[in-house]
Ligand binder design. Sequence first.
Ligand SMILES: NC(=O)C1=CN([C@@H]2O[C@H](COP(=O)(O)OP(=O)(O)OC[C@H]3O[C@@H](n4cnc5c(N)ncnc54)[C@H](O)[C@@H]3O)[C@@H](O)[C@H]2O)C=CC1
Ligand SMILES: O=C(O)CCC(=O)C(=O)O
Length: 525
Amino acid sequence: MPKVLISDKMDPQAAQIFRDRGVEVDEITGLKPDELIKIIGQYDGLAIRSATKVTKEIIDAATNLKAIGRAGIGVDNVDIPYASAKGIVVMNTPFGNSITTAEHAIALIFALARQLPEADASTQAGKWEKNRFMGVEVTNKTLGLIGAGNIGSIVASRALGLKMKVAAYDPFLTPERAIEMGVEKVTLDELLAKADFITLHTPLTDQTRNILSAENLAKTKKGVRIVNCARGGLIDEAALKAGLDNGHIAGAALDVFAVEPATESPLFGTPNFISTPHLGASTSEAQVNVALQVAEQLSDYLMTGGVTNALNMPSLSAEEAPKVKPYLALAEKLGSLVGQLAHDNLTNISVEVEGSAAELNIKPLTGAVLAGIMRRYSDTVNMVNAPFLAKERGIDVREVRHDREGDYHSLLRVTVETSRGARSVAGTLFGNASPRLVELFGIKVEADLDGRMLYINNNDSPGFIGSVGSILGSAGINIGTFHLGRREAGGEAILLLSVDEEVPQELMRKIEALPNVRLVRSLKF
Ligand SMILES: NC(=O)C1=CN([C@@H]2O[C@H](COP(=O)(O)OP(=O)(O)OC[C@H]3O[C@@H](n4cnc5c(N)ncnc54)[C@H](O)[C@@H]3O)[C@@H](O)[C@H]2O)C=CC1
Ligand SMILES: O=C(O)CCC(=O)C(=O)O
């Protein structure tokens, strides 16, 4: 039974879903990194929010980990490239808390416009300072959105409802989408120059880090009010403080800080500065949404192989997964066969599907073929990290889908470019379930690729099979299955044997020394 650790505070329904789906679950929150390192090795899945930092050290200790599920959107607390290299799927829940976070941004816009926290503190202190708190209307003001994805577009729709004008800077926003959203697509400089309010809704990346730098803050309109409910690190906090102090910036509200938890900051106590402790996603509705979603996604992956909202591998629905699973096994076996027989460094790989296999999502099949091939380099490779490893090695991968149906009702073919030209292997599913090799380097040969096998490439000649049988038999090696194929009588032939134990080197050499042998390889599946 797979085992999952919930390491951040999460709605209790998450644990229940894991149990209902047959996944064992532990909930241990507030672990320090060294405490997490000690226990993470026993888990197949890890469910987190933002407090757990999944670093290289944690991943190295996570020897059984197959999937990390982030109950939320931002995944900057997970070292995704390292997780990918280790074959760990990383998933998030991209929509569960977006309305809630957008609403928090709107709440902070109003809180700034009317100085609500300071007015509240003053009133409750018995001061009744009616003249001190002169606010501004948001109607007809320009809201500058930096980042117009899920949350940014919800903020835009709410702001338009408040009769604000919305200008958006997002290099990936198409003109059509901007029209659909009812926003003006602008450059960052245009946004800085015209916005009365600025809200940020981008992930933290190398491109967005410090996007509101001292230089950019200086380009903003005097009296601008700034809200950040996305990630600390998007704003230069020292420059923000300076802008508030010198009156250029009329107000700023941060839900997120460069260092969290932010228990101290030069910004604290600055007039017109409001802060919340990363509460953007903290509503009961959002927390139920993300907890249910992450538990369902992780359970699906661990129990059925279904992949949803993964950031480092193609999606595979829980409905698709059972259909794709036998093809994944076939794909991996064919890849492994190619990898074990290849002489050269492979630079070009093509994965072709036809018949009913062509109706499936080809991406996971390619991942499995690559995993099979790349296993010659590393035994920790799987369909998550194989595409990354292949890319790293400069391998060009091509996917081809044929609608035609050939001799088999479904066929998967893997072709690689070698110094001897293109070499391909093909297989099908027997009874829609059992992977079966049907063609090897252009020679028809049917075989189950299973356990230990011996591949012999020879020139077809009488008595050859008997000679191989007697070499193995005299050494007490039992042959399980025997598969033959040849191009034409007397021409190139293939012998694939399954054997009950590893064939020792000296026997391999004896077989290699037989007349008419071209190549002998020991294979393992
Ligand atoms: N405060 C909180 O509790 C929460 C914070 N968040 C943060 O909000 C962020 C945004 O979430 P979503 O809208 O769901 O993400 P999303 O992926 O739907 O949208 C992000 C947008 O940023 C844009 N973008 C990327 N690079 C950019 C750049 N250099 N300049 C301008 N725009 C750029 C993208 O094109 C995309 O449209 C998340 O990455 C997360 O960090 C999300 C949920 C809760
Ligand atoms: O889990 C949380 O409270 C933070 C949510 C968040 O920052 C996110 O989803 O990106």
